[in-house]
Each structure stands twice: as structure tokens, then as C-alpha cells.
Ligand binder design. Structure first.
Ligand code: AMP
Length: 281
């Protein structure tokens, strides 16, 4: 496994593999790897010949009062995991490699970026779109792997790639959860044992909505959201940012459960913000 820091090194290495006709798979991450990341890497290994993983905590997707400085980092541990997973190339750029002085071009998907997460994290998706487009231009992968855990991000990236005629295929991978149902996230380590238990209320609300739809045939979104909110709001110390049901195709709001909708939620416990979702496909 090679670990490189420079754009030109990635390009040279990937070019060499492409000339041999190899299929390039790409998994962008912010590091502090967990089972969710590993599942993306395993899928990439299955479906491509040469797997590139990037580790880059992207400063432009964090708001001023967010956790960029304290975002968990452990590059040595990450490299060990990637080695064990037999990843071919790891790209670990410094901030100035991605954003050299004078950098001034931004990518943004209108409407999609301002709602849901975007309402609570202004400019977050502008940072995400810009860095993902840059990484796709650097690696030029045949296939790129993203998690459904960050569903709005995945939907936005698919839209951007489609709108801008980018060649990489975007592949969504299922959310990996801890044994109790909490979605794996690098941010879970911020939670005390007590808060971690509280954090489960979002998953429980989603599971309750699933049960109401599947067993009790409730399809009215207002009713479903109200039931979900009850569970979250009864948990002391948890602040609900949003719980909404939208279409996967374009994030538009729906009134009744139908094929292709997704329930998206975000909660805050002290300073820790957690998201999760449930798809009806
Ligand atoms: P991050 O390092 O948080 O930026 O995540 C890198 C990639 O891993 C993104 O495509 C995420 O959606 C994905 N990911 C994060 N957590 C999970 C999870 N629990 N299950 C599946 N994919 C995940």
C-alpha cells in the first residue's frame, strides 16, 4: 500500500493502473475509520481492481462554531486499518494541497444544499461538493463509494455528478450500525456512556416510524413525524434539529409514504450533532 500526499503523485499512480485497463474504485473519507468506512472499502475492493482511499478533514465543510479543530484524527491507526484491508493507494493531502493560496472556486447544488442539514449547517454542502468534485478530478475513479448514513450528501453528490457530466459512477452503501442500532460515526466518541444511550432515541424514532408504516399501514407523513418526534422529545438533554420525510430523487417534501421516500433526522446532545435516516424503497 502506498501513502501519498500530493495530487501529482495520485495522478501518476492512477494513470499507470488505468493504462493497464484496471477499474479504479475510490472511497473518500475524513478518517478516524470505523466499520462504516470499512464496509465501503470492502465493497470497493470487490468491485474494482485498484482501490484509492482519501483521508482529508475538509475545513470548508465545517462552520465557524463547529468541530473542525477537535474532529477526531488518528492517521497511524487509519493507515494500519487500510493496510489490513489491502487498499492500494491512500491519499492524505495537507490543507494547502487542496486549497492553495488564492483558491476561489466553489461548487454548489441549488436548493438541495440549503434544506435539512443545510439549514442548520450553512455552507456545509458547498464545502462538501467542492472537495468531492476536486477529489473526483484528482483520482478520476470509475466508481466512487458513499454511505447512505449521510443520505443528503449522497443525494447531492449524485445530482452534482449527473448535472456536471462527471464520469464516475456513484455507489451508495448501506448504513453500518453498532449492536444497539446507533449508526457508526467518527463523532460517536464524543459521547459519554450516558449520552450515547440518549443518542439512540433518533434510531428508535426511525424504527417506530418503520413499524407504523409496515405493520399498522400508517402512511400520513404528519402523523408519522409526530410519533417520531414524541420519542425524541421525551429524551431529556436531546435537542431535535429536524425530522422530515422527503423524496430521494429530489429531496422534495411528501405528504404520504410512497416508494422512494426517506425519513431524515438530526439531533444534538450537548455539542454533538448526530444524523440518521430510514429509506422506503
Ligand atoms: P466521513 O469520514 O464521515 O466523511 O465518511 C466517509 C464516508 O463514509 C461517507 O461516504 C459516509 O457516508 C460513509 N459513512 C460514514 N458512516 C457510515 C456508516 N455508519 N455506514 C456506512 N457508511 C458510512
Amino acid at each position: 500500500m502506498e501513502v501519498v500526499k500530493k495530487v501529482e503523485e495520485v495522478r501518476a499512480r492512477v494513470d499507470k493502473e488505468k493504462r493497464k485497463g484496471r477499474v479504479i474504485g475510490f472511497v473518500p473519507t475524513m478518517g478516524y475509520l470505523h466499520q462504516g468506512h470499512i464496509s465501503l472499502i470492502k465493497r470497493a475492493k470487490q468491485e474494482s481492481d485498484f482501490v484509492v482511499v482519501s483521508i482529508f478533514v475538509n475545513p470548508t465543510q465545517f462552520g465557524k462554531n463547529e468541530d473542525y479543530d477537535r474532529y477526531p484524527r488518528d492517521i497511524e491507526r487509519d493507515i494500519k486499518i487500510l493496510n489490513e484491508e489491502k487498499v492500494d493507494l491512500v491519499f492524505v493531502p495537507e490543507v494547502k494541497e487542496i486549497y492553495p493560496e488564492g483558491f476561489n472556486t466553489w461548487v454548489y447544488v441549488e436548493k438541495y444544499c440549503d434544506i435539512l442539514e443545510g439549514k442548520f449547517r450553512p455552507n456545509h454542502f458547498k464545502g462538501v461538493c467542492t472537495v468531492v468534485l476536486k477529489l473526483l478530478n484528482i483520482v478520476e475513479p470509475d466508481k466512487s463509494y458513499f454511505g447512505w448514513k449521510d443520505a443528503q450528501q449522497l443525494i447531492i453528490i449524485k445530482k452534482m455528478v449527473d448535472d456536471l457530466n462527471i464520469k464516475s459512477e456513484i455507489i451508495g452503501c448501506e448504513t453500518i450500525r453498532e449492536e444497539d442500532g446507533l449508526a457508526c460515526s467518527s463523532r460517536n466518541i464524543y459521547l459519554s456512556d450516558k449520552d450515547r444511550k440518549k443518542a439512540l432515541c433518533l434510531y428508535k424514532a426511525l424504527e417506530r416510524i418503520k413499524e407504523l408504516v409496515e405493520k399498522e399501514k400508517v402512511i400520513d407523513c404528519k402523523k408519522l413525524i409526530a410519533e417520531g418526534k414524541k420519542i425524541i422529545e421525551s429524551e431529556k438533554g436531546v435537542k431535535l434539529d429536524y425530522l422530515e420525510i422527503v423524496r430521494i430523487s429530489d429531496l422534495s417534501v411528501v405528504e404520504k409514504i410512497e416508494k422512494g421516500v426517506i425519513v431524515l433526522g438530526a439531533i444534538k446532545i450537548k455539542d454533538v450533532r448526530l444524523i440518521d435516516n430510514l429509506r422506503f424503497e
